[in-house]
Design a protein around this ligand. Structure first.
Ligand code: ZN
Length: 784
């Protein structure tokens, strides 16, 4: 990939200092070093060295040679010859040799007239070439489309060079969008993980070594190994005893009784069968289902008490499986979860070397490094992580580094990235997955910077942040760097201001955090506008600044359409309370993001800046731009279809065509999971009183023959798990197949963070619902 000349111009400053440094090295070689510098290439002179692939059959090595040749040519103007012959070419050579170490590090060393780049497993030799180009050639890779390649009079390395590097983490993974979709860039940042390298070609080392067998993926596989639908009827004793009974749960909600020898045999046999069927895979997930229904039977409890944690039963079982797997596939790894009820490590049992426990970092108080957290859950996590580090040398950490609710919203967690990785490293963590924006949003808040920093710290956790920041801002924003940096510093200084707030910032942070006033974001947009202006002659940097501005504008627009108490203007009874001029200004900005486009079934618009937003944000921006949303009828707020979709998990609620519904669309409420719809997107007066009703119809299942059974329950809930504020249970005999209104069971005064919830009733088996529940409208009427 060529660097456009505009980008080159912006690097003239760093080029000047680089040239100066190179000259000093060439003409003032240290006297003590009789050998002098090893000169790779000299501008204007014939090629001084030959690049020699000593394992020419290695595709990675040949690619590394090509990269070295191309970048040296761009730095010095000299094209070095590449030899793939078995014999060493005569004269000075840069020798590449791959597969020299078990790790994926490398060694750079000058020995006489040879500069040796020895690489370890997979892509080590390629990383060695990039290290050479970065450290001695001044090159840098900051995003898939932004690289720095300085011009120089010569490219040389010290004659005393000997640099062996072993990465701090065995697996270095992220799903940052730019990395995930540009495998050649992922290689330059030395990512090697399951997601970051899923698209890597053989010349880049091929797909990641850490990919999982599709039949036993990386989480919640007990349900695959012991499905209740196969075994429960004849053997309830195979399944967890909870509250004194072996209750029949659906597969997702089940857990096995791990002290039952038959269960251990069945599950182990199944794992072995899958392992044998997949010789091409190395990683197999054997892990608890996603619920808290672990077995409390006498035997399981005894094990867990002895180990001081329900992880006891799991690690003993997984060790047994792993020992059997090792007999048939000594190289295979069994991955399990240390999560939810099993996050506390076992007190006694150590894990076998072929077991990899995956521990998930709590996603709260994320602006602060784990070790400095004032949040109890995060502090406890630190303690557990240390404990796991003592029972395994194969520890895998799953970390969250993005705001899943608003990908583009400023999320000042950058300063925690390095310290957290140093903490992981100090406690024996070998594998790290930094979960970022994935498919949801390219260019989310400082996404490219974070991907760059994570890569640097994953390779070498103990290095100062400031030089990395300086380098990145100068390269990525060019003449806009000072403005981008000013915004970065401002928003990160705000992290500290969250100290006194009751709820620490978390990975589902709401966009209308009242602690950060509008003026902060207005100023941020101002800074980005100045960055855009300063970079207008450099398209690459201008683009980077424009994306910075875009994120801030999305934040300002969406915040502006919510009132001071997180109330969404579109759903409020009091639009007059919103500043009309500001509203129109923000609506204009929202309109500038959209272009007319035909879209099946939906209003005919779509966002121009598609890759930068997730679906939810796009819809919100579109609603604002179009001025759509529910109608306001006297003192009643009406929500319909799109606006009443519950945050259902794990089964998605369905938005569907329904000829019987108002406007022909309805939402089906799922039977299992959390069906709550947050009310903080509705402009309710917090001191007002409301009556809520829903327009509902049902379709009974054939087994539901008892009219007295519950059809569904309507609820307003506060803090999810607690008793509902108001609730109303509707019986099958009272509900029908045509839409009718049902009250939620009384007046309520809203609090920030309230939800409403509509839950289908259960058949006596407690596995199936009594009916399907469809909702097309919810109304909230102010009560005098
Ligand atoms: Zn049990």
């Amino acid at each position: 990939m060529e660097v456009p000349s505009v980008a080159m111009n912006c690097y003239l400053k760093s080029l000047a200092s680089c040239v100066a440094a190179v000259c000093a090295a060439v003409f003032a070689a240290p006297a003590a070093d009789a050998a002098g510098d090893f000169v790779v290439a000299e501008r204007g002179a014939p090629p001084r060295t030959t690049i020699w692939c000593s394992n020419a059959e290695s595709e990675v090595e040949r690619h590394a040679a090509g990269e070295l040749r191309d970048y040296v040519r761009r730095i010095t103007g000299v094209e070095l010859p590449v030899s793939t012959e078995g014999e060493r070419p005569s004269g000075p050579v840069v020798q590449l040799s791959s597969g020299e170490f078990a790790d994926d590090g490398f060694e750079l060393a000058v020995e006489g007239d040879t500069l040796r780049i020895r690489g370890g497993a997979r892509a080590g030799v390629l990383y060695g070439v990039y290290e050479l180009l970065e450290t001695y050639g001044g090159c840098g890779w900051f995003a898939s489309g932004t690289e720095v390649v300085p011009l120089a009079v010569s490219f040389s390395v010290p004659g005393t060079l000997r640099d062996r590097q072993i990465p701090d983490f065995v697996q270095r993974d992220t799903c940052a969008t730019d990395v995930m979709y540009h495998p050649e860039f992922a290689a330059r940042l030395r990512y090697n993980g399951n997601l970051s390298c899923r698209a890597a070609t053989p010349e880049l080392g091929g797909p990641s070594d850490f990919r999982y067998c599709a039949e036993l993926p990386n989480c919640h596989t007990f349900r695959i190994l012991l499905p209740p639908e196969t075994y429960f009827k004849d053997h309830p004793e195979y399944f967890a005893e909870v509250d004194g009974i072996r209750r029949e749960f659906c597969a997702r909600e089940s857990q096995p009784c791990l002290s039952n020898p038959e269960v251990v045999r069945i599950m182990t046999d199944k794992v072995l069968e899958i392992v044998k069927r997949h010789p091409e895979c190395k990683y197999f997930g054997v892990s608890q289902n996603d619920n808290g229904n672990y077995c409390r039977c006498e035997k399981c409890r005894a094990v867990d008490e002895e180990e001081g944690s329900p992880s006891g039963s799991i690690v003993r079982f997984v060790n047994h499986v792993a020992a059997e797997v090792a007999k048939v596939r000594p190289d295979a790894v069994v991955e399990t979860l240390a999560y939810n009820y099993s996050i506390k490590p076992p007190a006694k049992t150590k894990l076998l070397p072929n077991v990899m426990p995956c521990i998930c970092v709590p996603g709260t108080d994320i602006y602060r490094p784990i070790l400095e957290s004032r949040n109890e859950e995060r502090r406890r996590f630190a303690e557990y992580l240390r404990g796991w580090g003592k029972v395994t040398s194969n520890l895998y950490v799953w970390n969250y580094v993005i705001n899943f609710r608003h990908y583009t919203h400023p999320f000042p967690n950058t300063l925690a990235l390095g310290p957290d990785l140093r903490f992981f490293k100090a406690n024996g963590v070998a594998h790290v997955y930094e979960q970022h924006s994935g498919n949801n949003a390219a260019h989310s808040d400082f996404a490219e910077l974070k991907a760059y920093l994570m890569a640097k710290f994953l390779w070498k956790a103990d290095q100062p942040l400031e030089p990395l920041l300086d380098r990145f801002f100068a390269a990525y924003y060019g003449a806009g760097a000072s403005y981008a940096r000013a915004w970065f510093d401002e928003i990160h200084a705000l992290g500290a201001k969250r100290d006194g707030v009751k709820d620490p910032p978390w990975i589902f942070e709401r966009i209308c955090d009242p602690v950060v006033p509008d003026e902060v974001y207005d100023h941020g947009a101002e800074l980005w506008r100045m960055a855009c202006e300063a970079t207008k002659d450099s398209p690459i940097h201008h683009d980077a600044a424009r994306w910075g501005l875009f994120g801030l504008e999305v934040t300002r627009v969406t915040r502006g359409f919510r009132g001071p108490r997180c109330a969404d203007y579109i759903c409020t009874l009091h639009p007059e309370r919103v500043d009309a001029a500001r509203r129109e200004e923000l609506r204009e900005i929202a309109r500038s993001f959209i272009v007319p486009m035909l879209d099946e079934g939906d209003p005919p618009v779509s966002l121009a800046e598609l890759p930068a937003l997730n679906r939810h944000t796009k819809k919100e921006m579109r609603d604002i731009a179009m001025g759509g949303g529910p109608s306001v009828v006297s003192n009643v707020i009406v929500m319909e279809h799109g606006r009443i979709i519950p945050t259902a998990y794990p089964v998605d609620s369905r938005r569907m065509e329904d000829p019987q519904a108002v406007h022909g669309r309805a939402v089906e409420y799922p039977y299992r999971g959390w069906n709550f719809t947050p009310l903080d997107s509705v402009g309710l007066d917090l001191d007002g009183k409301y009556r809520v009703r829903a327009h509902v119809r049902i379709e009974r299942v054939p087994e539901a023959d008892d009219d007295e059974r519950e059809a569904f329950r309507l609820m307003i809930t506060r803090d999810h798990c607690k008793e509902p504020v108001v609730s109303h249970s509707v019986k099958l005999g009272e509900a029908g197949e045509s839409y009718a209104w049902y009250d939620f069971g009384g007046d309520f005064t809203p609090h920030a963070g309230d939800d409403f919830d509509i839950r289908p009733g259960e058949l006596p088996d407690r596995i199936h619902p009594t009916c399907r529940v469809f909702v097309d409208r919810v109304e909230m009427a102010a009560v005098e």
